[in-house]
Write a new protein. Sequence first.
Length: 351
Amino acid sequence: MQRKIIHVDMDCFYAAVEMRDNAELRNVPLAVGGAGPRSVLCTCNYQARKFGVKAAMPASKAMKLCPELVIVPGRMQVYQQVSIKIREIFQRYTALIEPLSLDEAFLDVTHSTQFNGSATLIAKQIRDDICAELDLTASAGVAPNKFLAKIASDENKPNGQCVVTPDNVSKFVESLPLKKIPGIGPKTAEKLSKQGFISCADIRASSVGSLLPIVGKFAASLYQRSFGIDHRALETDRIRKSLAIETTFAFDLSCIDECEEAVDDLYKKLLRRLDNHQHRVINKQGIKLKFNDFTQTTVEQQSAYCNEKLFKTQLLKAMLRSNTRDIRLIGLTLGFSDDKAKDNTQLSFAL
């Protein structure tokens, strides 16, 4: 049976929630994130995007592009609550849901009987439900597989929908720019472009062997994607493999005391986030430093606990690699095993 996959992607989700909840923000260029000179934006609305403002852009650069930009702090708890309501809407139409983040998910409606099994009409109704009940908009892609559905959901944003029927797959994919394929970042796209690979049509005319030196183990998958092939099933029980927190400083840190103080603060925040993952077994932890020249280093090792003293030891090891460079960013990471905790003692904190 031909699969019917829907990818639902909320439109500028965090910013849209802020605009919904505050009428004064609805008609201004808006971004969510920190406002400090070193802060990075989480997302922005479409008014801001007209000025070239983008997610993950430094706030200082965004303000230069758009001096009238309003930056508000994120309200993660609110976004999580809205995300739960969105998930409840999805569940009216299928139990096969693969969340990718708070604001997007894959839905498999292959066996749904609603709307006589029409994935197109189901996607439309889901978007209508979200709009009517949550006063937010979403875009959707409908296709025979996850790869095509995700690409399609971006075609008619915002508040739009794109359907790729089985008989239109080849035509839809042929002219697709490689930079639109998930997994191909700017650097990989540049490497491919230098070798004459711009679109999926160029990949089709090549071979897996010729792609290996450029993209490595991604070669076979990329070749399949160029023909619109993707056999992946939805991961409805996706397990989180890590938990991380980091901060970029307003001013570079130069001494160990300042860095240890930052680690203390991050550690407390990490513990609060860990409360939501009490069933997970920790198997490693690590620290990341980004220096003022934007290079970075990490130190990781096995650990059965969230251990503050170990983070401090890792900090010292990482700072030995600084070569007198100041510290721009510090991040803490916990890795989880695939096993579930037998009891709460497995998540005890070593102080």
